[in-house]
Design a protein around this ligand. Structure first.
Ligand SMILES: *Cc1c(COP(=O)(O)O)cnc(C)c1O
Length: 425
């Protein structure tokens, strides 16, 4: 590896002492647009998507980008133009897909709590499939579809009861999780789906969790899924598509997730061996398409040395970057301009009035007030989870392509934040 490159993030690298994203100096982006600022690399998104497609070359594959990872309109537009569909989890996300020019016929709708109104909205839009997560939801969907005179294509999300060995908050395929239908119930639920009016069985799916760094749980889940497909089809119910979910991890801190192309080769070998290689496949990656394509630039406001700890107080906070506060997640933080000399060890914290408002702990940094830092791996589950806590406006975003950076979200103003509110008479 070139020492100026940052592992796992080939489009983000130092040139001399200055940090670049593709051919844009990060300091220039911060000067032009202010901080905190999210910047995303188009090339990194392209390469991540290409790796999935290489893994499935010669097969029938639909990539449904799990847009909750980053639902900014221009990001959706990029993936739509690349031919992707979308995995949505709310009616609001469907509105975003349509606003970004996405094809509703490539949308799958996941989530345990779809409302009747959301079902109607998705049926009217003509989505590809509902990924049904409970028997109660199946009954309601049948009712809603019948009422509006439509056919709802359905897939049952199977809970394969495998441990993805990730953080408990982002593990979804174990018996104790709220997601999916138990393996033992699956056949009975398909038989019910086949009888209910307004429903049309289309596929089967699983999604075992997020930030998965081991191939084994995936491979175990696929075996369990194929056992079910055989049973269901033997009962006379054809399954058109197989959906393997998302969840492939990225390198946050020296993590070594399986490479998309290698993992899918292994999976396809299994599918071929059992005679399923020619089916229509769907995958639902989120984090692995966008996570390491993004960074967040923040300015150092104050250094606060102390007896027990040194604090580096920056202008980004838990409302911009919620993952450390929510999951004790690690984000690498690097200087936008490297300095000579020794630094100190800091906790990097934001201005929000919560002790939970930290971005990084015990980091060696050589910084002064006024310097800028880049929080890496900030493409996924950052802006889409951002809030207005402490009445802080959401950050601006730019999409970098080579030497150009296009603003894709302007910084939120106090007026924007107050707009929906009403004073008493
Ligand atoms: C969140 C989610 C995904 C994407 O997960 P990543 O870890 O971001 O790849 C895919 N499918 C479903 C059903 C999800 O809830």
């Amino acid at each position: 590896m070139n020492p100026s490159e940052l592992p796992g993030r080939p489009q983000i690298a130092y040139r001399g002492e200055a940090l670049y994203i593709e051919d844009c100096a990060v300091a220039d982006l911060a000067r032009a647009h202010g901080t905190p600022l999210f910047a995303y690399s188009t090339a990194a998104m392209h390469d991540a998507l290409a790796a999935y497609r290489r893994g499935f070359s010669g097969r029938k594959l639909l990539v449904c980008y799990a847009m909750k990872a980053n639902s900014s309109l221009a990001i959706l537009q990029y993936f739509a133009r690349q031919g992707c569909g979308f995995d949505i989890v709310s009616g609001g996300e469907l509105v975003r897909v349509l606003a970004a020019g996405g094809d509703p016929a490539k949308v799958i709708f996941s989530g345990v709590g779809k409302t009747r109104a959301e079902m109607r909205q998705a049926l009217d839009a003509g989505i590809l499939c509902f990924n049904v997560e409970s028997e109660a939801e199946l009954e309601v969907l049948s009712e809603v579809a019948t009422q509006c005179g439509r056919q709802a294509r359905v897939s049952i999300r199977v809970n394969p009861n495998v441990d993805p060995k990730t953080h408990p908050y982002i593990s979804t395929g174990l018996k104790g999780n709220k997601f999916g239908i138990a393996h033992e119930r699956t056949l009975a639920v398909y038989q019910r789906a086949a009888q209910l009016p307004g429903l049309q069985v289309a596929g089967i799916d699983f999604h075992i969790g997020s930030q998965i760094t081991e191939a084994t749980p995936y491979l175990d889940a696929i075996d369990r899924l194929l056992d079910l497909v055989e049973q269901i089809e033997a009962a006379g119910i054809p399954i058109k598509h197989l959906d393997f979910g998302g969840g492939l991890g990225i390198d946050y801190a020296g993590d070594t997730p399986p490479a998309a192309d290698a993992l899918w080769q292994e999976l396809l070998a299994k599918l071929d061996a059992r005679g399923f290689g020619e089916r229509q496949f769907i995958i639902e990656p989120g984090r692995s398409l966008i996570g390491n394509a993004g960074l967040c630039v923040t300015e150092v406001l104050y250094l606060k040395p102390g007896e027990a700890k040194n604090f580096c107080i920056v202008d980004a906070a838990m409302n911009d970057l919620p993952r450390p506060a929510m999951y004790q997640a690690f984000h690498a933080i690097v200087p936008v301009q490297q300095r000579g000399g020794a630094g100190a060890t800091y906790d990097v914290v934001g201005p929000v009035c919560e002790s939970g408002d930290w971005l990084a702990r015990e980091r060696a940094l050589n910084v002064q007030a006024g310097d800028q830092l880049a929080v890496l791996s900030a493409g996924a589950y950052c802006m889409s989870m951002a809030s207005n806590y402490n009445t802080r406006g959401r950050a601006a975003e730019v999409l970098v392509d080579g030497g150009t950076a296009r603003i894709i979200r302007v910084r939120e103003t106090p007026d924007d934040m107050l707009r929906a509110e009403r004073l008493l008479d």
